[in-house]
Design a protein around this ligand. Structure first.
Ligand code: ZN
Length: 595
């Protein structure tokens, strides 16, 4: 179909063969005792010109916006030249300074403890090694641009490696990277995992699956191909030379992280055998895949160059993550993986519900949520729902509203795809990143009017969104189903005792002074003997009554009167047709599928 273009990176590989005399970096990765969860790294630097070199390990993994201090896992750092030790000193939390003593060839060896099983960290055990470059490979300050060779020495029977790093001379155990950014962005799965290869639009794809799973592999490939085709349709081209899905299946695993030509996704072992879990998993696949354009290539100015040591503040994660969240479901819907009713009720209505029913939505703006991700999003506590809005969920809702606004204003000529494609071609393809104003101007061009008040109200403000005004032109309305009375107390059972887990902002319990971590002892004189008792009691609350709740706080017992008032649980939301919506053109444009 002529839409496959090789990425600029594949062109870069041509001609960067390591010259004999050029300054170069050569990493070796070993696992002498994987059962102890250690990886051993040797970095050899050739043609050293500097008197001293600073070696640094990143403090965070790009795509996961929290300072995680990966150097906490580094130990036994030694430097040598001509097989003799040379001085190396640690000078701050993540920097080691090596004094080169006029030597031209130096070697640094260190060990990394890798025992944190998430998409953004690393795990080494006797069965495999999963490594994120940002956790494991130090970079040399000032030499980040140099091409890199990486030699992997697998443990005993390990016989496979899956990574986006290209092979050197068809040797799977020697990989190359054009620079440190590429190495840091290239997770490695090494061991005896299952490898399944397939092609879409001429681009080789690979699933590297570690762990016990219940996937029907043939169906997984079919569904993934559908998602790939829908994603490519949005942007008009596939930018990767190849693409690798590293999939980990196991107990309590979840999440995904995007990389330039690959992703790591984690899920439960039973996912492939449970239709709802499998549909969610395909949504995760679609999410990470969409990132290969929106995040890894099309990027806000603040994320143009990765700063591996400091926070990179941006107010635009609602585009990077939120729009990607909108598209992960939309691609599955367009591909026929989820049907129209499911998409409207279980996806869109639930997204709106999750925003409307988060008290923090009226406290924190979307832009602030993005900017503060470094200190808030990954550090949730009992007050998070009261004080924060999730830029994935609300960003997805804003993506939906802008999609609808573009379709309505252009009478079906444009949609959000038009915006994404325009941004991709106007910015990434021209070697540029985008500013917030760039995005706003592009949308304003498509809708033919100013979006300043939209920005003020819903991006930088916390004003309630008038959903009805957006849905009505599409022949749709939101139906709110009233819920039962609610004190605002979320509970959890620990050691056969019932505790307050969260108190909802502005609820009766909030106003009365019930606190998170209070132990619930009795209500109206009845001993609270179990969560079942509490839940049952809550079913029979009457409006405008005072209930006496006895709690233990810091081991001091006190009784707190709570007026039930008329406060109810957040209403259940459904998206329903307006009576006269049988032939709504813009609705048919918005909800078109590939069939
Ligand atoms: Zn994401």
């Amino acid at each position: 179909m002529g839409i496959y273009q090789k990425t600029v990176f594949s062109l870069l590989f041509i001609g960067y063969g390591l010259c004999a005399n050029a300054q170069s970096l050569f990493y070796t990765l070993r696992f002498p005792e994987p059962q102890t969860h250690y990886a051993e790294v040797v970095l050899e630097i050739k043609d050293v010109k500097q008197d001293s070199l600073d070696l640094k390990l990143p403090t965070w993994a790009p795509g996961s916006y929290l300072i995680r201090e990966f150097s906490k896992n580094v130990e036994r750092v030694f430097a040598s030249a001509d097989d003799k030790p040379i001085p190396i000193r640690k000078i701050n939390k993540n920097t080691w300074r090596v004094y080169t003593q006029k030597k031209k060839f130096i070697s640094i060896k260190y060990s990394v403890y890798a025992f944190e099983w998430t998409v953004r960290t690393s795990i080494v055990d006797e069965t495999h090694a999963y490594l994120n470059g940002s956790n494991v490979f130090m970079f040399v300050k000032g030499l980040e641009h140099l091409p890199i060779r990486l030699k992997i020495e697998p443990y005993q029977s390990w016989n496979k490696i899956s990574t986006q790093l290209p092979m050197e001379a068809q040797d799977p155990w020697i990989r190359t990277a054009p620079n440190y950014d590429f190495l840091a962005d290239s997770p490695l799965e090494i061991g005896n995992h299952e490898v399944v290869s397939f092609e879409v639009l001429g681009v080789p794809h690979e699933f590297a699956i570690y762990g016990v799973h219940a996937f029907d592999i043939k169906k997984l490939i079919e569904d993934t191909k559908k998602i790939v085709l829908q994603a490519v349709k949005v942007f008009g081209e596939h930018p990767c030379p190849n693409y690798t899905f590293i999939v980990h299946c196991g107990h309590n695993l979840g999440g995904g992280l995007e990389h330039l030509n690959s992703t790591t996704v984690m899920t439960e072992s039973f996912t492939g055998a449970t239709p709802s879990a499998y549909a969610n998993f395909l949504g995760l696949i679609a999410h990470e895949y969409f990132h290969l354009w929106n995040a890894k290539r099309l990027r806000p100015d603040a994320l143009a160059k990765v700063d591996y040591e400091n926070e990179s503040y941006t107010s635009l994660l609602w585009i990077v993550e939120g729009f990607t969240s909108y598209y992960d479901d939309l691609l599955c819907y367009r591909a026929g993986i989820i049907n129209r009713d499911f998409y409207l009720q279980e996806v869109l209505a639930k997204n709106i519900h999750s925003v409307v029913c988060t008290p923090g939505d009226s406290v924190q703006s979307l832009a602030e949520s993005s900017l503060d991700t470094w200190i808030k999003y990954y550090r949730k506590n009992e007050n998070t729902r009261n004080s924060q809005v999730n830029y994935y969920q609300k960003g997805s809702v804003i993506g939906m509203l802008l999609d609808m606004e573009i379709i309505k204003s252009s009478q079906g000529k444009y949609n959000l795809d038009t915006l994404m494609a325009r941004l991709y071609h106007h910015f990434f393809k021209k070697g540029k990143t985008y500013s917030e104003n760039d995005v706003k101007q592009q949308i304003e061009f498509l809708v033919g009017k100013s979006l300043t008040s939209f920005w003020q109200n819903y991006i930088y403000g916390t004003n309630p969104i008038p959903y009805e005004e957006f849905f009505a032109p599409f022949g749709l309305k939101l139906v709110y189903e009233p819920q039962k009375l609610f004190l605002g107390i979320l509970v959890e059972e620990r050691n056969c005792r019932l505790y307050v887990k969260e108190v909802e902002r502005s609820s009766p319990a909030w106003r009365a002074g019930i606190s998170a971590q209070d132990e619930l002892l009795s209500i109206n004189g009845h001993r609270i003997e179990s969560k079942a008792f509490w839940d049952n009691y809550m079913n029979y609350l009457l409006p405008s009554q005072v209930v006496q709740i006895m709690v233990s706080r810091y081991n001091r017992v006190q009784e707190i009167p709570v007026n039930t008032g008329n406060y109810a649980n957040c209403p259940f939301i459904q998206i329903k047709p307006l009576q006269d919506s049988s032939d709504n053109f813009i609705q048919s444009v918005w909800l078109k599928t590939s069939e």
